[in-house]
Design a protein around this ligand. Structure first.
Ligand SMILES: C[S@@+](CC[C@H](N)C(=O)[O-])C[C@H]1O[C@@H](n2cnc3c(N)ncnc32)[C@H](O)[C@@H]1O
Length: 265
């Protein structure tokens, strides 16, 4: 790319489509490149990606609202992507403008742009870190400055664990975040699965394998251990479109992701 926009970090790989920028495109955002748009248009012919992303974001909003209703006022959003319209801090600040939010992503263009977007908001920060390194995330200046880990927080892992391969030990990874937060903290988790529409999940894995960000679908039996140590809010671990869907009836009924919200015991 000859002249990347000013919000783009030059250290990122701009030649290949990237999950954060693809997500932004599916959500109707403007923070993506021709390589992402071409790939997204190609993908949408094979799988209903835009609808699946909208379902995931709708689950995220409903889950954040549930955390707010339980009194949570601090959020750590792991693998947040670009904080486009309707993101965590916007949902939270509608309820309480003093809510504190730290977004985390390791995609340089996402981080550069998000920091520009958020710079006037002292309650919100963006940490550039790899979520597979909980020590780096939890020890980041943003987490240490913005969040108080002696009080309950919500850890959001929405559509991020499919990027964590089995050899990166996803169960131990979630447990490390669980062990770092106090009782009463919440976990919001969603995960790609082939349990319902295997052909769609397979197609998603196939197309993601061509990007910088391959994904893995997991079965219910592999997702349940991720929730160890958390009591699940109703309705438990269900397809994201069924998680309190009555609060947002336009969500649609077809998905390839499980979602759950748990409270640390
Ligand atoms: C599918 S998007 C999900 C965005 C957001 N959580 C949501 O639900 O709307 C996945 C995001 O995770 C980020 N990501 C992938 N692997 C990561 C890692 N190891 N550390 C930090 N971020 C990562 C990608 O850059 C991308 O922005």
């Amino acid at each position: 790319m000859q002249n990347p926009p000013r919000w783009v970090s030059t250290s990122g790989d701009l030649e290949r489509p990237n999950a954060a920028r693809l997500y932004d495109y599916y959500l109707g955002g403007a923070h993506n490149f021709a390589v992402d748009r071409e790939f997204a248009e190609h993908t949408m012919k094979l799988v209903p990606t835009a609808a699946l992303v909208q379902h995931s974001r709708a689950f995220l909003r409903r889950a954040v609202q549930a955390c707010l209703a339980a009194g949570i006022r601090q959020f750590l959003d792991l693998g947040s992507g670009i904080p486009t319209a309707g993101n965590v801090h916007e949902v939270a600040h509608r309820v309480d403008p003093t809510c504190r939010v730290v977004y985390v992503d390791n995609e340089p263009a996402t981080v550069a742009h998000a920091r520009t977007m958020l710079r006037d908001n002292p309650c919100v920060a963006f940490a550039e870190a790899d979520v597979r390194d909980p020590e780096a995330v939890l020890g980041s200046p943003e987490v240490r400055t913005v969040l108080d880990l002696d009080r309950p927080i919500a850890v959001l892992m929405v559509a991020i664990l499919p990027y964590v391969r089995d050899e990166d030990r996803p169960v131990e990874l979630v447990a490390a975040y669980r062990d770092a937060v106090v009782t009463g903290s919440h976990l919001v988790l969603s995960h790609l699965t082939a349990d319902y529409r295997p052909e769609v999940a397979e197609a998603l894995m196939h197309v993601a394998a061509e990007t910088q960000s391959p994904v893995v679908a997991r079965a219910r039996a592999a997702i349940e251990p991720l929730l160890k140590g958390f009591d699940l809010l109703e309705p438990g671990l269900v397809p994201v479109t069924e998680w309190r869907a009555e609060e947002e009836p336009s969500a649609g009924d077809e998905t390839v992701s499980y979602g759950a919200v748990g409270v640390k015991r």
